[in-house]
Write a protein that binds this ligand. Structure first.
Ligand code: KIV
Ligand code: NA
Length: 265
């Protein structure tokens, strides 16, 4: 695929080609992620934690999401850019949800929006889709509802919550979503959901039986080091490498080793 579209993702599911997805929040990182061949870049509201240092995703604003998304869009040639609708920008009514989605599309140039929730957000999803804006769903652990859940532990372990999740996934497909993120639920349930819908299901902490995987970039490259859930595979330890490099720089400056004769005019 020269350029990934929502159609390509559905085709990938049909051909059983797994979809790769990572977050990015800025130009430089997004350029690396895009050039490395990732299919979907998520401008996640996890920027609230990773970029701004908040404890939850709740404080990030629509303006801040648009700033991150526009930086990402300027960097990409191939990936599909999906932008999270932040907490408070879509929950009060479908018209507000549509206004927020339109602002993201117009002001950032992103290609699609993602929103958390099942039947509660059905009418908003339909409104947004009617305006021609592709929507991705997000079920399971939905961090914008953290104060309702109380913890970030695995969701839908009980039969009732699992049943509701299955119904919500089918509803999201019927409403017209082009994909669904499933966060931190049992692998068996996630696989069942992926089989029950024809749109791609992208997992994070949802096992290998889904149609693709997503991780937070800063976690998978090991820039963060205090967050260690079981589902997280770290491909680098950038925290350690960067700390060493920066420590070396400090030492070199103190020792008047940097700059040397070749590093000046
Ligand atoms: O905001 C985010 O990074 C996300 C992913 C974890 C799916 O929503
Ligand atoms: Na998110």
């Amino acid at each position: 695929y020269k350029r990934i579209t929502v159609k390509s993702l559905i085709e990938m599911k049909q051909h059983k080609e797994k979809i790769s997805m990572l977050t990015a929040y800025d130009y430089t990182m997004a350029k690396i992620v895009d050039e490395a061949g990732v299919d979907v870049i998520l401008v996640g509201d996890s920027a609230s934690n990773v970029m701004a240092g908040h404890e939850t995703t709740l404080p990030i604003t629509l303006d801040q999401m648009i700033y991150h998304a526009s930086s990402v869009v300027r960097a990409i040639d191939r990936a599909l850019v999906v932008v999270d609708l932040p907490f408070g920008s879509y929950q009060s009514d479908p018209k507000e949800a549509l206004r927020s989605a339109i602002r993201i599309m117009k002001e950032s140039g992103g290609h699609a929006v993602k929103m958390e929730g099942g039947k509660e957000v059905k009418e908003s999803i339909k409104r947004i889709l009617n305006a021609g804006i592709p929507v991705m769903g997000h079920l399971g652990l939905t961090p914008q509802s953290i104060y309702k859940f109380g913890t970030y532990t695995v969701r839908a372990k009980e039969e009732q919550e699992a049943q509701q999740l299955k119904e919500d996934a089918i509803m999201l497909e019927k409403a017209g979503c082009f994909g669904i993120v499933l966060e931190k639920i049992p692998a068996k349930l996630a696989e069942e959901v992926a089989k029950s819908v024809s749109i791609p299901v992208i997992g994070i902490g949802a096992g290998a039986g889904v149609d693709g995987q997503v991780l937070v970039l800063h976690d998978m490259i090991g820039m963060t080091h205090e967050f260690n859930p079981r589902f997280l595979r770290r491909y680098m330890n950038l925290y350690e490498d960067m700390t060493k490099a920066i420590g070396q720089y400090v030492d070199d400056v103190k020792a008047i080793d940097f700059p040397n004769d070749n590093e000046q005019y």
